[in-house]
Design a protein. Structure first.
Length: 649
């Protein structure tokens, strides 16, 4: 049995420091974990599945208050507070405060507006949310119906919900909690539509929590799989709600007192927020997947099942290929999501600093394109990967005490956050076609493969003669780029033929993201410290060759692999998986998910999985239903009663 390095302490090693993004972040993590694991209000008992929904949300409210108090006592940064909130699987009602409410105020409010509102939000004197999605409009933001009409006489905007489909819906922490929200609405001046803008709007009275006049809100009810129990999503309508002109966020666009509209100088001002959000989302999603991998690893290295030929003892489950070949690629994929997410965020911060000095925004689109598929890619991999982890743990993975059900429920929400992934996928092909038609792919490094579609491009052959050649990055790149060129060519033909490509674009976006994440990962790995290089190279090769296992099937004609090349690719992948297996324990320990974070009977510090599962059965609330015993006994007499009725007839 493998030794399980599980505790509620954060251990700092060179590998853990790298995997969590540096010394500052590992120190933040230590402080947050200590605060959460030492305070009984954050206990994971009773398990969420044993609580009614109202009880779960009430518990989350009390936890939110305590977390706010700790953050003030400990003088936490915004980042530390966000880190703490992310550790709650069911989330907390304070979740949007920093992530989307304050971040939008910082980016889109004027200096005067920030001076008034940001301190109140930072002190939690007001609770914020972000209101964009409508019942009838999710991904299609341009079609939003909510209106904010400027009234010149009163110097106010009048916000209205013109139809049921315009109801703001899915608005996080707004059903009960939020006092203010940033409302996305169409700006109307003298009957002219100037497009969507943000309006800082009060929803509830700060002294009573009662709704403000004209604001109608309902908590929309439970979510699928009973996920996000700590978040009160709201359904909201506005009926002639008046907002002062000074409360339209005006860093980029303004409305003057006489109704004159001043448009933003830079139409790409929103790129920065999108890049940051997507990079952070991919990183967080990577950690979500890795937590599931860690639980599955701890269990499968404990569990023994069946005897292999020639052995007297049962075999550890993790040693079966059927388990390793499922879990180790997920370990590599989760790590890629984390590392590349961190890398892109660092690159963007460096770029932003340089942009402020020079005013040059020419490189912004490439960074944007590197992350535009991240939402689709990361959420798809994580949601499917968590379910793979559950199945790899057999029947015990289906027990709620394993934690997989909760993890899966909270990951699947991301597949439709900001819209269905198949809808979001259309953004990448749109950018590809734009640059292909303009012959401008050389200005965007992440689209360099488009040059392969030009007629003058010579057809280079793949120089793979043995399995060792597959570990060469230039050969991996050869396959990925030509796969992409083929998929783009198909997409161009389908588009010209007028076909509906809303299904096929998902495959193209995933392939594009395979390539961008591959490029991003291998930008980082060669520069890491030699003390942690080997496990990361093993991670990189499994990630790369796992992609090629599928990518080569999209190569046709003279680009198709020979039978010998396909065989050597399979052999190379086998070697890569076996190599990573040697480092799997080090990498899992490097992430060092605590017992509190995993919250799984399959990964306890002192109890074996069997002991923890049995204790869970002993603690079940269904064990004390003696009041139903007489009724159960009566059921056994139903046949007699029916027979007696027949006899009387």
């Amino acid at each position: 049995m493998e030794k399980r390095n599980i505790s509620n302490e954060v251990h700092e090693t060179p590998l853990s420091t790298f995997l969590w993004g540096g010394k500052d972040r590992i120190q933040r993590r230590k402080q947050v974990v200590k605060a959460l694991t030492s305070n009984p209000i954050f206990s994971n008992y009773p398990p969420p599945g044993s609580l009614a929904r109202k009880e779960s949300w009430t518990k989350a409210v009390h936890q939110a208050k305590e977390l706010i108090a700790i953050s003030f006592r400990e003088k936490w940064t915004h980042e530390q507070f966000r880190d703490a909130v992310r550790m709650f699987d069911g989330m907390l009602p304070v979740q949007p405060q920093y992530r989307i409410f304050l971040s939008n105020l910082e980016r889109q409010a004027s200096d005067e507006q920030k001076a008034e509102w940001v301190p109140k939000a930072e002190h939690f004197e007001i609770f914020g949310s972000y209101s964009q999605t409508e019942l009838g409009h999710g991904s299609n933001v341009k079609a939003i119906e909510t209106t904010a009409t400027f009234d010149k006489e009163t110097d106010e905007f009048v916000i209205n919900t013109p139809s049921v489909s315009a109801t703001k819906y899915w608005i996080g922490t707004t059903g009960i909690w939020a006092t203010h929200s940033l409302i996305v609405a169409k700006l109307i001046i003298d009957g002219k539509n100037y497009g969507n803008h943000l309006f800082f709007t009060q929803l509830r009275d700060l002294n009573t929590q009662k709704l403000m006049p004209g604001v109608e809100i309902y908590e929309l009810g439970p979510k699928a799989f009973q996920s996000m129990v700590g978040v009160d999503n709201g359904a909201m309508q506005f009926h002639n709600v008046r907002v002062p002109r000074s409360q339209m966020l005006s860093r980029n666009a303004q409305v003057k007192r006489d109704g004159t509209y001043v448009p933003p100088k830079n139409v790409k001002h929103s790129y920065g927020s999108m890049i940051t959000v997507r990079a952070i989302m991919a990183e967080i999603t990577g950690y979500d997947l890795l937590k599931a991998v860690a639980v599955a690893f701890h269990y499968t290295t404990f569990r023994k099942q069946f005897q292999q030929k020639g052995k007297s003892e049962e075999t550890t489950v993790f040693d079966y290929a059927s388990v390793r070949y499922r879990l180790l690629p997920l370990l590599a994929q989760g790590t890629a999501l984390v590392i590349v997410g961190q890398h892109v965020k660092r690159k963007f911060d460096q770029y932003t600093e340089a942009m402020v000095k020079t005013g040059d925004i020419s490189g912004l689109e490439d960074i944007h394109l590197q992350t535009v598929g991240a939402k689709v890619y990361a959420t798809h991999i994580a949601a499917h990967g968590i379910e793979v982890c559950r199945v790899a743990c057999g029947g015990h993975g289906f027990n709620a005490l394993s934690g997989f059900g909760r993890m899966y429920a909270n990951s699947t929400k991301d597949l439709t956050v900001e819209g269905d992934n198949y809808v979001i996928s259309q953004q990448v092909p749109r950018a590809i076609l734009k640059h292909y038609d303009a012959k401008s792919e050389n200005s965007v490094p992440s689209l360099s493969y488009l040059s392969l579609l030009r007629e003058a491009q010579p057809k280079q052959k793949l120089s793979v003669r043995s399995k060792s050649d597959w570990f060469a990055l230039e050969n991996q790149q050869w396959v990925m780029e030509r796969r992409l060129a083929h998929l783009v060519e198909q997409h161009i033909r389908a588009t010209k033929a007028g076909k509906d490509t809303s299904f096929s674009v998902h495959e193209l976006t995933m392939a594009h993201s395979d390539y961008t994440y591959w490029r991003g990962l291998w930008e980082v790995i060669p520069s890491v410290d030699s003390s942690i290089a080997e496990p990361l190279k093993a991670i990189g090769q499994v990630f790369s060759l796992h992609i090629l296992q599928h990518a080569h099937k999209d190569l046709f004609g003279e680009y198709a692999l020979s039978a010998a090349q396909r065989d050597s690719l399979a052999d190379a992948y086998d070697d890569a998986v076996q190599d990573l297996a040697k480092y799997a324990r080090d990498v899992i320990d490097g992430y060092g998910f605590t017992e509190w974070e995993m919250d799984s009977a399959l990964a306890k510090a002192k109890d074996t999985p069997y002991e923890a599962l049995f204790k869970g059965a002993q603690a079940s609330e269904m064990n004390h239903l003696q009041h139903l015993w007489p009724f159960i006994i009566s059921v056994r007499n139903v046949w007699k009663e029916v027979q007696a009725e027949k006899a009387r007839l």
